[in-house]
Design a protein around this ligand. Structure first.
Ligand code: NAD
Ligand code: TYD
Length: 355
């Protein structure tokens, strides 16, 4: 069987970010004819992520905003992709608690803009089996208590500003698909980790702080549960859906690998051989969702995908080694973003508690 995306022209929005960057690498490895990354390069982007592929004749980078409908439409007309993977987003919950404006701009207005550009193009110039894949999150489903899991039929119930914008984007995608005949797939992934993740998210932040001998801030009591997936498994799932998924469907992408935040932080500490006393329990995140978990039954049944990273400790160890072996990337991510590991997400909280 030929690798997924072999011979395809693909367009990835947000491809200078964590998941989109890993997807660009895998698509080229799988023999895609052309991989175009469309990204405005926000603080979360790291152009170094694409350094090893940017000289490939099959690769092209466009620096532009997804909310620029004309520019996105032009890109579609020129590149004629078989697949659009829409990953560009503001992706950090804590930042959405501090300042909602960029989330509204990119996740909602930006998604509306790429959908309208696609709508104007899809019935004229698009390849016959064109597909638009939208990357959503398990967070749109709300939160779970200790039992049960989300599935594709779980109704949306977002509970933080980030997930509210992602749920809104999902509604736009399904509405535009229905009203204008755009073939779409929506995927809902759990929490990712692995190479090229910007160190504001839990795992890379803890790795960097542990390596710098700084305290590791665990929000609340660390009992919250997330469903973790290695980014290589996630991007393999996206490629599988691009070839084997049913247009008009939603799929949960999950390794069904749940861990409490405290367990994750202790695993990072043991991988860097530091003592658990480095952990600092800090003020909880406002509105902190207790647990996310999704079933992977549908994607495993309908495609040939299944997760390969099934040993969490080993996967974290490999991730620690990746950060240790890539100091240039780490420095570039920090310098370009001007983010140095400060606590985020308490701006509104502090104001309220001072009233
Ligand atoms: P990221 O924050 O690492 O990267 C986002 C990328 O989008 C950056 O390169 C940024 O420059 C780009 N971008 C932001 N605004 C843009 C705009 N207006 N125009 C063009 N480009 C813009 O995000 P990620 O972790 O790679 O997540 C990718 C997608 O997957 C997002 O849609 C996110 O909601 C979704 N997702 C992420 C996770 C996770 O654990 N990281 C889990 C589930 C779903
Ligand atoms: P995060 O990586 O921000 O992803 P998300 O909010 O999308 O799940 O956080 C993962 C979990 O880790 C979440 O429950 C919040 C918690 N967390 C901490 O305890 N300390 C931290 O410094 C960060 C960034 C997150």
């Amino acid at each position: 069987m030929k690798p997924d995306l072999q011979g395809r022209r693909i367009l990835i929005t947000g491809g200078a970010g964590f998941i989109g960057g890993n997807l660009a690498h895998l698509s080229l490895q799988n023999g895609a004819e052309r991989v175009v990354v469309y990204d405005s390069l926000t603080y979360a982007a790291c152009p170094e992520t694409l350094a090893s592929i940017e000289k490939s004749d099959s690769f092209h980078f466009v620096q532009a905003d997804v909310a620029d409908e004309e520019s996105f439409h032009r890109c579609l007309q020129v590149e004629k992709p078989h697949r659009v993977f829409h990953l560009a987003a503001e992706s950090h919950v804590d930042r959405s608690l501090d300042n909602f404006t960029p989330f509204l701009h990119t996740n909602i207005h930006g998604t509306r803009s790429v959908l309208d550009a696609t709508r104007a193009w899809v019935n004229k110039d698009a390849p016959e089996d064109f597909l638009f894949l939208h990357s959503s999150t398990d967070e749109v489903f709300g939160m779970l208590s200790k039992e049960g899991s989300f599935s594709e039929s779980t109704p949306p119930n977002p509970r933080n500003p980030y997930s509210a914008t992602k749920a809104a984007a999902d509604v736009l995608v399904e509405t535009w698909a229905h009203a204008f005949g755009i073939p779409t797939i929506i995927s809902h992934s759990g929490n990712n980790f692995g190479p090229f993740q910007f160190p504001e998210k839990l795992i890379p932040l803890m790795i960097q702080k542990a390596l710098r001998n700084e305290p590791l801030p665990v929000f609340g009591d660390g009992s919250q549960v997330r469903d973790w997936i290695h980014v290589h498994d996630h991007v393999r799932a996206l490629c599988a859906l691009a070839e084997q998924g049913k247009p008009g469907s939603r799929y949960c992408i999950s390794s069904e690998d749940e861990h409490t935040n405290l367990d994750v932080v202790q695993t990072v500490l043991s991988c860097v051989e530091k003592s658990h006393s480095e952990i600092e329990f800090v003020t909880d995140r406002p509105g902190h969702d207790f647990r996310y978990a999704s079933s992977n039954k549908k994607i495993c049944e309908e495609t040939n995908w299944s997760p390969l990273y099934t040993n969490f400790r080993k996967a974290i160890q490999e991730t620690v080694e990746w950060y240790l072996s890539n100091p240039t990337w780490c420095r570039a991510a920090e310098t370009q973003s001007n983010y140095h590991g400060e606590r985020l997400g308490l701006a509104g909280y502090r104001e309220q508690s001072e009233e």
